[in-house]
Design a binder for this molecule. Structure first.
Ligand code: PLP
Length: 413
């Protein structure tokens, strides 16, 4: 895994260079496009924009509609679109182990769309190639999977199939998986989308693909595996010794990886990636006025989002990013060691930065004071801490002191 770290000035130059290759609404005779700058009365030419590459792209407002790994998108914005192509290469090849030019993808509004895009693509594949009916298609996932998997199956008219996990390990219960596969088959499901998580939202747990897929094969000939790395995609590939959920695993066909969770890019930076020869199944051929056609759910999207991710990755370089992740992991270890000493029950994947505390171990007031998020607002069983960039040792210490205090008081009764 390698990409370089560039000096801030170089990053700025490269972004302005890209922007200059885009069509300029001020200097070209542009009559036909339904796009322009951001409103110039509000977002006028601030002098500081010359220094601010990302904000300049935002104000220039290039549209990255389409899928630029597949075909040239709107040729009007080819400069910034090239940086999106570079960004997708870093994600697919360097972080997620794909072969060069073996993938398609785009920067989606978020992980929700990227997950739905995957379901949509596989559903259409089964319909077009296997003559499947929508209700012969299922999507199978652990009960800890993100709720967007339900949104997608609801929109697409396919069956959601949820598999129970072990309360302590958060791993799929294989006996339950077997039962659900059998039930699905007996109910007429013939085609399966396997939705695995590289870092679930509440637990940071990571699914084990081998045993899961082995069982799936006993019942289904036709299946695809999608990996939801919306949360874990910028952590786990850097922290884990052996990542079984990336493109090096031939079973994995598509991956969601969000910038706006761990990469600290603005909202609107989900990334969808899939192997070649799949994205065609979501081509909307009727998008005849879009140069290069459209393969995405969202249509128009801001080029500034892709640029922000590209800039962050180039600011750190792969080594710098790996170091940052190691720091987060170390701080999470520090928190867990202290919880162990206090005998607090919690779940944590050692390669992730989420610590999910058994809600019996902590008072409601303390959980509220530190904004811990519950698995279920109405009936909480777990309260999670996410060690994000702003969660420093002082904040962790202050939480630990409060927790120790309330446990001592409780023990003295
Ligand atoms: C946050 C999250 C999503 C959804 O992403 P949005 O960007 O909020 O649409 C999907 N999957 C997982 C695992 C997530 O943590």
């Amino acid at each position: 895994m390698y990409w370089p770290k560039l000096p801030t000035a170089t990053i700025r130059e490269k972004v302005f260079e890209a922007l200059n290759k885009n069509l300029n609404y001020n200097t070209e005779p542009i009559l036909g496009l339904p796009g322009t700058y951001l409103d110039q009365e509000q977002f006028y030419n601030f002098p500081f924009l010359k220094e601010a590459a990302f904000l300049s792209v935002l104000v220039n407002n290039p549209n990255h509609i389409g899928c630029h790994t597949y075909s040239d998108g709107e040729k009007y914005f080819s400069g910034t679109q090239q940086l999106e192509i570079d960004l997708l290469r870093m994600c697919a090849v360097e972080i997620l182990g794909a072969e060069e030019s073996s993938y398609d993808g785009y920067v989606a509004p978020g992980g929700t769309e990227a997950n739905i895009q995957a379901q949509w693509m596989y559903r259409n594949y089964f319909i077009q190639e296997k003559n499947a009916k929508a209700d012969e298609i299922g999507v199978i996932f652990s009960e800890d999977a993100h709720y967007s998997v339900y949104k997608g199956s609801n929109l697409l008219g396919i069956h959601p199939i949820v598999v129970k996990v072990d309360h302590v390990t958060r791993q799929i219960i294989l006996d339950d998986l077997k039962e659900k596969l059998e039930d699905a088959y007996n109910n007429g499901v013939r085609y399966l989308i396997v939705h695995l998580s590289m870092g679930t939202t509440i637990f940071g747990s990571v699914d084990s693909p081998t045993s899961f897929i082995k069982l799936v094969k006993d019942y289904f000939k036709d299946y695809f595996v999608h990996v939801d790395a919306a949360f874990g995609g910028f952590i786990y590939p850097f922290s884990a010794q052996n990542n079984e959920l990336d493109f090096k695993n031939p079973e994995v066909s598509s991956i969601t990886i969000d910038g706006h969770k761990m990469l600290q890019s603005p909202y609107g930076t989900g990334v969808f990636l899939c192997r070649k020869s799949l994205i065609e199944y979501v081509q909307t051929k009727e998008a005849s006025y879009v140069y290069g056609s459209d393969f995405t759910l969202c249509g128009s999207r801001s080029g500034a989002n892709a640029i922000s991710m590209w800039m962050i990755l180039m600011t750190h370089g792969s080594d710098g990013w790996a170091q940052l992740i190691q720091q987060l992991i170390n701080r999470t270890n520090y928190l867990c060691d202290a919880l162990d000493q206090m005998g607090v029950k919690y779940y944590r994947n050692p390669d992730m930065n989420i610590v999910t505390i058994d809600s019996d171990e902590i008072s409601k007031d303390l959980a509220e004071k530190y904004y811990l998020v519950a698995d279920n607002y109405l009936n909480p069983r777990w309260k999670k801490v996410v060690v994000m960039a702003h969660v420093n040792k002082e904040l962790i210490d202050s939480f630990l002191i409060d927790l120790k205090k309330e446990r001592n008081v409780a023990a003295s009764f």
